[in-house]
Design a protein around this ligand. Structure first.
Ligand code: G3P
Ligand code: MG
Length: 248
């Protein structure tokens, strides 16, 4: 997986399709994207699924907390029509479905572990175990190993324990002064951060220390050039139409 793919489709297909769905990944693939970021959360019965929000209602028709819903009930709900009528019928995919889709299509994954409040360790552990077992069983795919990331340090500690051989990145909205300590403690290979707060000096420090560095969410060409000129390795973008897979 190293070095990073440079341009990564954010939440599956960025602004082209309903986030965190297989249709989104297919849209990215149709545009030549073989690198994707998505968010993973647990249902009540501990099934990892692709969702960004803890609550239903924004991208998935329904109400309530994902952590209080059984996977079989969640999979019945509409997850595409909020975005555009042609996506009606899209469903929330299970993480396992996505692992298969990405392996078959040789898509590199940044699996962002997005635990609902209170489920940090469990989400990291289960996501790690499923991923580890998938790559142990499915050697025929020759798929590149994914990269885990999370804002939750507890989730990262748990995924490290469950799947020590799969690399990790620490996600920060604003990079704290003790960022290096956190990366070291988790034996992380990279730091992912909000592009809005990154400075050239910090980028330089992180690269000098030997870590990968990725920024979300970069939707403007000038900013993309600037960040790459600072040594940033990879950009998460919603604008797959503007910042293409072959962006230089
Ligand atoms: O993983 C990078 C980025 O996706 C983090 O923010 O809120 O879009 O999951 P968010
Ligand atoms: Mg994310």
């Amino acid at each position: 997986m190293w070095p990073y793919p440079k341009i990564i489709a954010h939440r599956g297909g960025g602004s082209l399709a309903p986030e965190n769905t297989l249709a989104a990944m297919q849209c990215g693939l149709n545009r030549g994207f073989h690198a994707v970021e998505f968010d993973v959360m647990l249902t009540k019965d501990l099934v990892p699924v692709l969702l960004h929000d803890e609550k239903l209602g924004r991208t998935v028709a329904g109400q309530g907390q994902v952590s209080e819903m059984l996977a079989q009930d969640l999979f019945q709900l509409e997850a595409g029509s909020w975005f555009a009528p042609e996506f009606a019928g899209c469903r929330v995919p299970s993480y396992t479905q996505v692992l298969e889709f990405c392996a078959k299509n040789e898509i590199w994954m940044n699996v962002e572990i997005k635990p609902a409040a209170g489920f940090d360790t469990l989400t990291g552990k289960i996501t790690g175990e499923i991923t580890r077992d998938f790559y142990q069983k499915n050697t025929q795919f020759n798929a590149p190993l994914p990269l885990f990331s999370s804002f939750s340090l507890d989730a990262l500690a748990a995924v490290k324990l469950a799947a020590p051989l799969i690399p990790r990145a620490v996600l920060f909205d604003q990079i704290p002064a003790n960022w290096h300590e956190h990366l070291r403690a988790l034996d992380a290979v990279a730091l992912h951060t909000n592009q809005q707060h990154l400075t050239a000096t910090l980028a330089h420090e992180i690269k000098q220390a030997g870590y990968g560095l990725s920024c979300y969410t970069v939707n403007e060409i000038a900013r993309a050039h600037e960040l790459l000129s600072w040594g940033v390795d990879a950009l998460f973008t919603d604008r797959l139409d503007l910042i293409g897979a072959d962006f230089t």
